[in-house]
Design a protein around this ligand. Structure first.
Ligand SMILES: Nc1ncnc2c1ncn2[C@@H]1O[C@H](COP(=O)(O)OP(=O)(O)OP(=O)(O)O)[C@@H](O)[C@H]1O
Length: 696
C-alpha cells in the first residue's frame, strides 16, 4: 500500500476512536450539568428543613456543585486535540493518551491523562529503551477531526505483521508550524529530557537550565499542570504562582495552562508581584543595577530612620502654668529611643507617643515642682494638640510615600552613607525626579521591601491606603500580600536582581520551587550577589535537583550558529544548546548607511511579513525603540511587534529584524548576552541591519 493510502486508512482508524471519545465527553457533560442542577435543587429544598439537616444538605450540595463545576470546567477547556497520542505495546495492547483521562460507562479507559504514570512511556520510550512500546503515534487534530498522524517505530523487530508506520516525525512538523502571538502547549511532543524535568517530585527546588529555545518555559508550565494533577490538594489549595519577566511574556504564555484545563494558576510579571502595583517600565541598565542591589536594603532601612521632611522641630506645651518644651535635640533623642524598640515604624506610633510623654515628664520633673507622673502623662496624652503633634512627627507612611521621599538628594545621600557612590545617588534621584511617574519594575522590589520595613499600617489607616491608591485592586481569591503559595515557578530566573529575589522569597515561605533560567542570557551584572539572594529566598537547605535541557527547538540551526558567535567569550560550549532543525536559509546581514536605515527597516519588515505566515518581531536597543516604532508606524499588521532586547526575553517570532546589533551590546555591561537573546528569538528567518561593515 502507498504511504498516502496507508495514512488515510490510519487517520480513519484514529478518527473512529476520537469520535467515541467526544461522544463520551458529551455524555459526561450532560451528567455533570444534571449533577449541578440536582445540587442547586438540594439547596433550594433545604430552606424548609430543620437547621441540622439543612447544614448537612448544604454541605452535600456544595460538594456536588463544586465537583460538577470542576468537571464542566475541565471538559469545556479548550481541548482541541483531546486525544493526541497512542501507544502500541509488545503485548498487542493499545493505549490512547490525551489531555484528560476519560473512561467509558464500564470504567474502561478510553484515554489516559498525559500526566498519569501509565502515560509516561509516551514521552520516555526511545529506540534504545523502548519500554515495551512498539509504535508511538502522535495524532494531530483540528477541532474534533483527525488531520494527521506521525509514527515512531521504537522496536522494529517486534512490529507485528500489518502494523502501519507513517509520517515524518511529529516534533519536526510541530516545530516548523507558524507561530501565533500566544505560546501553545507541547503535550503531544514533549521530549524525554523535558519529561524528566516535568515529572520531577514536587518537593524542594527543581532547577531547569538550558540555552535559548530548549523549552524551559514550556517545561515549567507543563510541570505546573503535572503537579496540580498529581497533588491537587497540596498544590491547588495554597496555590501556584508563576513569575515571568514582563507583562508581554505573561500574556504570551497565558494560554498554555488553560489549554490544559488549568485556570487557577496565578501568572504575574515582576512588576506585578506586589498587590496593587502594576509596573511595566524599565530603568536604564545602570539605574536598575543600583535599585536591584542588596545594598538598597541598608539604604532603605536607614532612610526610614530619618524624620519626615516636615516634622516639627519643637514640642511646646504648658502644664499647670509651666511651659514644657522639647527642642530639636530632645526630639532626636526621643526618636532614637523609639527606634531602639525595633518595631516597624508604622507599628510604633503608640511607642512614639509614650516616649514623648515620658520626655515631657522628665522635663517637668527637673523643675522639682512635685508634679505627679501619672497625672501629667494622662492629661497631656489626652490633649488634642498632642495627638496632632504625634501625627505629623511620626506619620504612618505608605511604601509609595516612603519611596517618594528618597527623590530628595540630601535625604538619599544621608541614607546612602557609604553604601552608594555619589554617581549612584544621582542616578537614583534622576530616576525618581518626576513624582507623577509610575514606579518601574525595579522600584516594585523596593516598594515591597519598604512595605515590610514599614510594617502594616494600624487598621484605621488601611482603608486610607487603599483609597489613595488608584491602582489598588484586591486579588480576587487571596488576601493581600499572600505568602503561602505551595509552589512558585520563576522563569528567566537569571535576570532577577537580589532585591527581586527577596520580594519573591517572601511569597514562598512554605513553597517548593521550580527555577528556570539560562546564565548565558543573563542581563544581571553581579551573578554572585544574585545567587546569594536566591539561596536565601528558596532556602539554603532545601532539597535541590537540577535538569539541563540541551536541544534548541526554536531556532533553525542557521540562525543559532550566528547567535552562538556573539557569546563565545561569556559561555562554555556546554552551555550552548544544539539546534536540531535546518531550513537551508542563512540569516541575512545587510550593511546599511545610517541615513537609509528607516527605509531599509521598512523594506525588510514588509518582506518578512509578506513571506511568512506567522509573527514578525523587530528588535532594537532600548534607546532606539521609539524611533523604530515611528519608522514602522505606517505598517499596520497584527503580526508585527517592535520591542527592545530586554522586552524580547522569553518571546519568539517566526521572523526577526534586528536593528543595529552593536547598540544592544554597548547599551549595558551585559550587552553581548542581551544581543544573544535578541538573535535567538526567530524560528525561521532573521535579518540583521547594521551600519558596521565588519559585524559580527
Ligand atoms: N517538545 C517540544 N515540542 C514542540 N515544541 C517545542 C518542544 N519543546 C520546545 N518547543 C517549542 O520551542 C520553543 C521554545 O520553547 P521555550 O520558549 O519554552 O524555550 P526557552 O528555553 O524558555 O527559551 P528562552 O530561554 O529563549 O526563553 C517554543 O515555541 C516551544 O513551543
Amino acid at each position: 500500500m502507498s504511504q498516502t493510502s496507508d495514512r488515510q486508512t490510519e487517520i480513519a482508524v484514529e478518527q473512529a476512536h476520537v469520535d467515541i471519545v467526544y461522544k463520551r465527553v458529551d455524555e459526561m457533560r450532560t451528567e455533570a450539568q444534571a449533577m449541578r442542577r440536582r445540587g442547586d435543587q438540594l439547596a433550594h429544598g433545604a430552606r424548609n428543613e430543620a437547621i441540622f439537616e439543612q447544614a448537612a444538605m448544604l454541605f452535600e450540595r456544595d460538594v456536588m456543585v463544586r465537583h460538577a463545576t470542576q468537571i464542566l470546567r475541565t471538559l469545556d477547556a479548550e481541548h482541541e486535540g483531546l486525544v493526541f497520542g497512542r501507544l502500541d505495546d509488545t503485548d498487542g495492547e493499545t493505549m490512547y493518551v490525551g489531555r484528560l483521562g476519560i473512561r467509558d460507562v464500564n470504567f474502561d479507559n478510553l484515554v489516559t491523562d498525559w500526566r498519569a504514570p501509565a502515560a509516561a512511556a509516551f514521552y520516555q520510550a526511545t529506540a534504545e529503551q523502548p519500554m515495551n512500546v512498539v509504535r508511538r503515534r502522535v495524532i494531530r487534530s483540528t477541532g474534533q477531526s483527525v488531520v494527521d498522524i506521525d509514527d515512531d517505530l521504537l522496536a522494529p523487530e517486534k512490529r507485528p505483521a500489518g502494523m502501519a508506520v507513517v509520517g515524518e516525525g511529529a516534533l519536526m512538523a510541530s516545530l516548523t508550524r507558524a507561530r501565533g502571538d500566544r505560546m501553545r502547549d507541547i503535550v503531544a511532543t514533549i521530549q524525554r529530557e523535558q519529561d524528566e524535568a516535568i515529572r520531577a517530585p514536587w518537593k524542594g527546588v527543581t532547577e531547569i537550565t538550558g540555552g535559548p529555545g530548549t523549552g524551559k518555559t514550556a517545561v515549567a508550565l507543563h510541570r505546573v499542570a503535572y503537579l496540580l494533577y498529581r497533588d491537587r490538594r497540596r498544590m491547588g489549595g495554597a496555590g501556584v504562582l508563576v513569575i515571568g519577566p514582563s507583562p508581554a511574556f505573561t500574556s504570551y504564555i497565558s494560554r498554555v495552562l488553560p489549554s490544559m484545563g488549568e485556570d487557577t494558576v496565578e501568572l504575574r510579571s515582576l512588576g506585578e508581584v506586589l498587590d496593587g502595583v502594576r509596573a511595566a517600565g524599565v530603568d536604564p541598565a545602570e539605574v536598575a543595577r543600583v535599585k536591584g542591589s542588596l545594598r538598597m536594603r541598608r539604604v532603605l532601612k536607614r532612610a526610614l530612620r530619618e524624620p519626615p521632611p516636615d516634622a516639627p522641630t519643637e514640642l511646646r506645651t504648658t502644664y499647670k502654668g509651666e511651659v514644657l518644651k522639647l527642642d530639636a535635640r530632645d526630639l532626636a533623642k526621643v526618636r532614637r529611643v523609639v527606634q531602639g524598640i525595633n518595631r516597624p515604624p508604622n507599628q510604633s506610633r503608640v511607642d512614639a507617643a509614650e516616649a514623648l510623654l515620658e520626655a515631657l515628664w522628665r522635663k517637668a520633673d527637673s523643675y522639682e515642682l512635685g508634679f505627679d507622673r501619672n497625672e501629667l502623662i494622662t492629661e497631656l496624652g489626652e490633649r488634642i494638640e498632642f495627638h496632632r503633634f504625634v501625627v505629623v512627627w511620626w506619620p504612618i507612611l505608605t511604601e509609595q510615600e516612603a519611596l517618594r521621599l528618597l527623590a530628595d538628594r540630601d535625604r538619599l545621600r544621608r541614607a546612602a552613607g557609604r553604601s552608594l557612590s555619589p554617581a549612584e545617588v544621582d542616578a537614583l534621584v534622576g530616576s525618581w525626579a518626576d513624582p507623577s511617574a509610575p514606579p518601574t519594575v525595579a522600584d516594585v522590589a523596593l516598594l515591597d521591601e519598604l512595605r515590610v520595613l514599614l510594617g502594616p499600617p494600624p487598621k484605621r489607616h488601611r482603608r486610607r491606603t487603599r483609597a489613595e491608591n488608584p491602582n489598588w485592586s484586591p486579588s480576587p481569591r487571596r488576601g493581600e500580600h499572600y505568602d503561602e503559595y505551595s509552589h512558585i515557578v520563576v522563569d528567566e530566573a537569571q535576570d532577577l536582581s537580589p532585591m527581586q529575589w527577596r520580594m519573591i522569597g517572601r511569597r514562598g515561605k512554605y513553597a517548593s520551587w521550580t527555577v528556570v533560567g539560562d546564565p548565558v542570557q543573563s542581563s544581571w551584572p553581579d551573578p554572585a550577589e544574585a545567587e546569594q539572594a536566591r539561596v536565601s529566598a528558596v532556602g539554603a537547605r532545601a532539597q535541590r535537583r537540577q535538569f539541563r535541557l540541551r536541544t534548541n527547538y526554536r531556532n533553525s540551526a542557521e540562525i543559532f550558529e550566528l547567535a552562538a558567535q556573539v557569546v563565545t567569550d561569556v559561555s562554555t560550549p556546554d552551555q550552548l544548546p544544539h539546534a536540531v532543525r535546518t531550513t537551508g536559509v542563512k540569516p541575512s546581514v545587510r550593511v546599511v548607511d545610517p541615513s537609509e536605515l528607516a527605509e531599509a527597516l521598512r523594506v525588510a519588515t514588509r518582506q518578512l511579513l509578506a513571506e511568512m505566515d506567522g509573527t514578525v518581531g523587530v528588535i532594537t536597543a532600548a534607546s532606539r525603540l521609539t524611533e523604530a516604532r515611528t519608522m514602522l508606524a505606517e505598517i499596520t499588521d497584527d503580526r508585527l511587534s517592535v520591542v527592545d532586547g530586554i522586552e524580547a526575553k522569553g518571546l519568539e517570532y517566526d521572523a526577526v529584524v534586528l536593528v543595529e546589533p552593536t547598540e544592544l551590546v554597548t547599551e549595558s555591561t551585559t550587552g553581548p548576552r542581551t544581543l544573544y537573546v535578541a538573535l535567538t528569538r526567530a524560528t525561521q528567518r532573521l535579518t540583521v541591519l547594521t551600519s558596521d561593515p565588519d559585524w559580527p
